[in-house]
Design a protein around this ligand. Sequence first.
Ligand SMILES: NC(=O)C1=CN([C@@H]2O[C@H](COP(=O)(O)OP(=O)(O)OC[C@H]3O[C@@H](n4cnc5c(N)ncnc54)[C@H](O)[C@@H]3O)[C@@H](O)[C@H]2O)C=CC1
Ligand SMILES: CC(=O)C(=O)O
Ligand SMILES: [Mg+2]
Length: 371
Amino acid sequence: MRVGCPKEIKNHEYRVGLTPASVREYVAHGHDVLIETNAGSGIGASDADYVAAGAKIAATAAEVFASCDMIVKVKEPQPSEWVQLREGQILYTYLHLAPDPEQTKGLLASGVTAVAYETVTDDRGGLPLLAPMSEVAGRLSIQAGAFSLQKANGGRGVLLGGVPGVNPAKVVVIGGGVVGIHAARMAVGLGADVTILDRSLPRLRQLDDIFSGRVHTLFSSIDALENEVFSADLVVGAVLIPGAAAPKLVTRKMLSGMKKGAVIVDVAIDQGGCFETSHATTHSDPTYEVDGVIHYCVANMPGAVPVTSAHALNNATIFHGLALADKGIAAILADRHLMNGLNVHKGKITNKAVAEALGYEMHEGAKVLAA
Ligand SMILES: NC(=O)C1=CN([C@@H]2O[C@H](COP(=O)(O)OP(=O)(O)OC[C@H]3O[C@@H](n4cnc5c(N)ncnc54)[C@H](O)[C@@H]3O)[C@@H](O)[C@H]2O)C=CC1
Ligand SMILES: CC(=O)C(=O)O
Ligand SMILES: [Mg+2]
């Protein structure tokens, strides 16, 4: 198969869909790999590194889209990319369609077969292609929050760890999954007072075990959520209902009860965000203020640390990527976890949560692929 990787074009997105190490794997499987020139510059991988790994270099993204059977990316395709996709081509990348009706229309119109990293599953009930970026974003959320809490950045002017004789900051993490655990780990490491809320009791038990009493765990009722958010210095939004738009857990009204200068980092923004007042921001202008509360809502947080993120992402995507390149859509039919990743095929939505969120008819992946 001809496998292509264009340079990412989203704002301050420096990751790359294929690292040179991944290219070697595809080439070892007998595939031709075409990389857009400078696609790896954000992680320090030169065109020469890709050539040494066995790739050919394309002068433009247009050449990659036009000549490849499968496109491997990081972020959801941007409008100038939708129009270059076509029927018979496989797109393998993050999509986050539920909160993005425009992109969904674009992908449906293209006829492409789109596998979304964030809905591929595994035997343990996890999301293995989302997990590494959730690890990165969870850890980054505390760095971003700590920076935003500084007075000159609009925050209340508290240090997460406090100092001897002065209380640490209060960090509240809503959602104790991968983002939540990694956020808590960093916040605990800096000496903050950390509470994690989740609606899954088994999850809360697990968190209690992992942190050996160093974090408070709370069932995420409306009441608990409100109390915690009102007293927080930093709130991290880390909930997920796979594929679906994030539930709006912190309302506009609740915001007015928060401390002035408190900070929210809504990591769940790529699924629409779990604060009613969240809207997606970019690395060039990451924060804004509503009711005195600083909002950080960058939808591609891991793009800020592309060297770490691109390698972590490639480690997770290579297995199914090779299967797709080796077998085409037969790979999806053969693996229920990859089938869960299929969101769009030949103008039809094949993911239930996306169909429900956007009001489309849901089509069974196995049926539309076999048609
Ligand atoms: N902004 C960015 O750059 C990035 C965003 N993300 C996003 O972060 C979000 C979280 O991802 P993961 O941690 O990997 O998901 P996960 O599935 O590991 O964890 C989500 C947790 O939310 C909990 N939850 C669901 N409803 C809840 C509620 N009402 N109250 C409290 N907890 C609730 C679940 O029980 C689960 O433990 C996703 O939207 C993901 O796409 C991930 C990576 C990068
Ligand atoms: C998961 C995601 O949205 C990201 O890594 O940018
Ligand atoms: Mg995102």
